[in-house]
Design a protein around this ligand. Sequence first.
Ligand code: 13P
Ligand code: SF4
Length: 302
Amino acid sequence: MSIRDEILRLKAEKNAIIMAHNYQRPEVQDIADFLGDSFALARKAIETDADVIVFCGVDFMAEAAAILNPDKIVVHANGESRCPMAAMVDLEKLREMKKEYPNAKVVAYVNTTAKTKAESDVCCTSANAVRIVERIDSNEVIFMPDRHLREYVQSQVPDKKVILWPGYCYAHEEITPKLITNLKKAHPKAEVMIHPECSMETIALADHVFSTGGMVRYAGESEAKEFIVGTEEGMAYRLKTLYPEKTFYPVEQSICHNMKRIHLEDVLRALETLEPVVKVPEDIAERAKKPLELMLELGRSD
Ligand code: 13P
Ligand code: SF4
């Protein structure tokens, strides 16, 4: 039996669902039941009636699914797949910052650990960061950990003070203005979609700024036939699969090696052993759940 068939057999036997982020390897995307951006994955985790969620994405995404689903078994396909940006928060420093800005609300990008979420007022993803900052009942927010997303949000919500935390994503730092300019010269008819984890200099070259879920939606709706995809290179496979009649140009230099740690063999092992189960200590999970739930409420579109 092929590895793929064995995965399908075990999935049915264990009433499991495979959830995967848009940056996963093509072969992992191909066996996923649900593919999405961080926001869609968090929402889907609540809706599913599967007993087991096998999560193909980095640690914070699997952790969010576990926090939102205390009654389900959430298995991380590879426990070594971790987002380095999520590790860029020093909790002591955050507590000091909260004292320095006593009126500020803490908006934690979903790319954070459960402990960081537990210290925050609300979470956000790149799909809803602007909306969350607009809707949170405070004129000052500490926004962490991505400095580029913070700068983008500040540009969209100029009436609020959006306080910097100096984190970043190495894969999006690779997407330089020069690379995008070169792609634009090579493909002058292509529309340019850029992820807001890129620098403002790169964003300045965009026709549209989107989360990965926003890119999926827009590429389907647009009349354009060609797109420059300014995010991690795995996204282009996702878009090509959905829209084979259109052409997508990735930034090949942008690779998230942490996402790519998950292979089909890991998915099979996770289904066979139901390990590693994502476990968040109960007190932390309880506190981290509140900002995630507030994000789901404030982040919805009208
Ligand atoms: P999205 O929520 O847009 O999929 O982004 C997640 C992420 O990790 C981007 O680097
Ligand atoms: Fe983290 Fe960047 Fe990878 Fe997203 S692309 S998971 S932010 S390292």
